[in-house]
Design a protein. Structure first.
Length: 166
């Protein structure tokens, strides 16, 4: 099992010291000699997660992409979107050093620090019609408000079910 999951008991994922790989004889890559573990690590977990996010979002050339979360997965989702020739990529976070790092190492990305002004306000300035694709790369559950829980109770819920996370 790869990655953390409440359903499967909370496994550490591809960055753990040891990883259980089902069918390892068919779905693993041999790391070439001379490639350090530190560099190969990105191929085992973080880069595929960022790439998969752009696949799920069906990112195409010319599209605008907004990515919530500027950690390693968010930055590699941004890199993947750039590789797919997205016209604009915007990273959204409240940790300034992450945003600065992204701007330095991913030329062309734009950033929003939501601790300075509301995200929506800044996003509307950059993209008046909104992004073509939005990617959530924060990776944690938020505390749902009472009004949202009420929506769920009366059947107005539109988000995916959280039953597997309970």
């Amino acid at each position: 099992m790869f990655g953390y999951s409440h359903v499967t008991g909370g496994w550490d994922g591809g960055q753990a010291q040891y990883v259980r790989v089902p069918f390892a004889d068919t779905n693993t890559l041999k790391v070439p000699a001379g490639l350090s573990d530190e560099k190969a690590l990105f191929l085992s977990d973080i880069l595929p997660t960022g790439w998969h996010a752009t696949e799920l979002g069906e990112v195409e050339a010319g599209q605008t992409v907004a990515i919530w979360g500027c950690g390693p997965v968010g930055m590699l989702a941004a890199l993947s979107a750039q590789y797919k020739k997205a016209s604009r990529v915007i990273l959204i976070d409240n940790v300034q050093y992450r945003l600065d790092y992204a701007k330095k190492h991913l030329p062309g990305v734009e950033t929003i620090n939501f601790s300075t002004r509301p995200t929506l306000e800044q996003l509307k300035e950059l993209l008046p019609n909104g992004p073509d694709v939005g990617i959530e790369a924060v990776g944690c559950h938020y505390a749902k408000s009472t009004s949202h829980k009420t929506q769920m109770l009366i059947g107005l819920e539109t988000d995916p079910s959280d039953i597997l996370n309970e």
